[in-house]
Design a protein around this ligand. Structure first.
Ligand code: FAD
Length: 419
């Protein structure tokens, strides 16, 4: 008679951790699921960091849910918006993650059912053992009366592929002139230096093409954001674009009238020919629907686990810590959670550190001209349960070295994501 083999303790613990049924067949332990299932929502910077990390270890079945057929970068896309480079320079196909074995579902997630551990799209229910959420940002339209009705004419262009509609407006403005309003909201929002960079690259083109008119930069803040970059941004604005950019600070926008082409602001009415209103931001509704947070998802650092569900990791711009809303941080966080999930699958207990732990680094670029940029590096540490400590290192002024470094950084990141 054969002795009945007992499932190994580690397998049982692992299975219990995953909620996977283990059957004793009399000769071996058999798991009903071949490999744990990880669903990643969002094929942007954070989601791709997680997907590439998970595919590298081959410890799980990976499903990426992303409605777009291709990836388009927001970082560096100001060069497209201002007319320097074609859109294709900033786009990449998802074919590499398909080849590496991710299952890709080209749909939008409509609901997360945490009780049954399912991600719901219009046509599918996708079970998960671990869930990584990186759906980016939504715009908060409520604060500006009349915006919702005018949405199609006022593209924000801070999410993939929305850049096309902004480029159309910029082309029209550069050809015809007039007043072009660009606004910057109060933080937290995606890539705080980006509204200024956009204004600069358009202003550079105005100079080159002799466009008659001006950019009115309406800032809800007293100075350019983030504070560490205010001086080099103001230096660029005053030194290069004093005749092209009028800078209105501490000014909030409360209404838009597309009939009169006029904004109601706290500094008076502002007429415009074209407007690119960069709205305040928050995490997409999915995060609230799943009970993971209100404006942003509530997570624990350094693990990026949801405060209410430790099978769910929220990374990228949807999470609500003081970490910068940057693609570099999002990608690095994705890689980290891939590592943590792989370790959990292997049954390893998380390392609990009582001291400060390094956080994913942030690297951001603000171009002041097509060739010259300001580099911002953000490093940080966190002691579990305390707010993170961040350190900003910023170029004193825009320079060609940082302009070139921005281009090679972008190429390197896109390669790591989809090359
Ligand atoms: C103009 C500009 C310049 C920038 N420059 C820099 C820079 O120099 N350096 C830097 O590090 N960062 C920069 N950023 C910031 C960077 O783009 C973001 O921080 C980064 O994209 C955040 O990654 P994410 O994964 O959170 O979101 P995203 O990259 O936006 O990805 C979110 C993905 O989720 C998908 N999605 C949304 N909802 C759903 C759903 N319900 N179901 C399925 N999928 C969904 C979307 O289609 C999208 O593909 C810049 C941003 C802008 C706008």
């Amino acid at each position: 008679m054969h002795p009945i083999a007992q499932p190994r303790r580690r397998q049982l613990l692992q299975a219990a951790a995953l909620g996977v049924a283990v059957l004793s067949t009399g000769c071996a332990s058999v798991s009903t699921a071949a490999r744990p299932r990880v669903v990643v929502v969002g094929g942007g910077w954070g989601g791709l960091g997680a997907v590439r990390g998970l595919l590298a270890t081959a410890a799980a079945d990976v499903t990426l849910v992303e409605p777009n057929e291709a990836f388009m970068s927001c970082p560096l896309s100001a060069h497209f918006i201002a007319g320097h480079q074609p859109a294709t320079d900033f786009q990449r196909s998802y074919s590499r993650v398909d080849q590496l074995g991710a299952r890709r579902v080209r749909e939008r997630v409509l609901e997360i059912d945490r009780t049954s551990k399912m991600v719901v799209t219009a046509t599918q229910r996708l079970p998960y053992d671990f869930l990584v959420l990186s759906p980016g940002v939504d715009y908060m339209e409520d604060g500006i009366q009349g915006y919702a009705e005018a949405r199609a004419q006022l593209p924000v262009g801070f999410r993939a592929f929305e850049q096309m509609a902004v480029r159309q407006q910029v082309d029209e403005f550069l050809a015809k002139g007039g007043d072009f309003v660009i606004s910057a909201p109060k933080p937290p929002y995606r890539c705080p230096p980006a509204p200024y960079e956009r204004a600069f690259l358009i202003a550079e083109q105005m100079k080159q093409r002799g466009t008659k008119g001006k950019i009115i930069l309406i800032d809800a803040n007293p100075n350019p954001m983030p504070p560490a970059i205010a001086q080099p941004i103001l230096k660029g604005m005053k030194g290069l674009y004093a005749n092209q950019i009028e800078y209105l600070t501490d000014t909030s926008i409360s209404a838009v009238d597309m009939g009169k082409r006029q904004l109601v602001t706290s500094s008076g009415d502002v007429p415009f020919a074209h407007a690119n209103l960069i709205l305040p931001m928050r995490a997409p509704a999915l995060i609230r629907q799943a009970g993971l947070g209100e404006r942003w998802a509530n997570i624990r650092l350094p693990s990026f686990q949801s405060q209410v569900d430790d099978r769910i990791y929220v990374i990228g711009d949807s999470q609500g810590t003081p970490l910068p809303k940057s693609g570099h941080v999002a990608f690095g966080s994705g890689q980290r959670v891939a590592e943590a999930i792989t370790e959990r699958i292997a049954g390893k207990s998380p390392v609990v550190s009582t001291g400060a732990v390094d956080l994913p680094l942030g690297i951001c670029w603000a171009n002041v001209t097509h060739k010259e940029a300001i580099n911002i590096n953000v490093s940080g540490t966190v002691v579990a349960g305390e707010p993170p400590k961040l350190k900003f290192t910023v170029d004193a002024e825009a320079n060609a070295r940082s302009g070139a470094a921005a281009v090679s950084w972008g190429n390197g990141m896109w390669k790591a994501m989809l090359g």
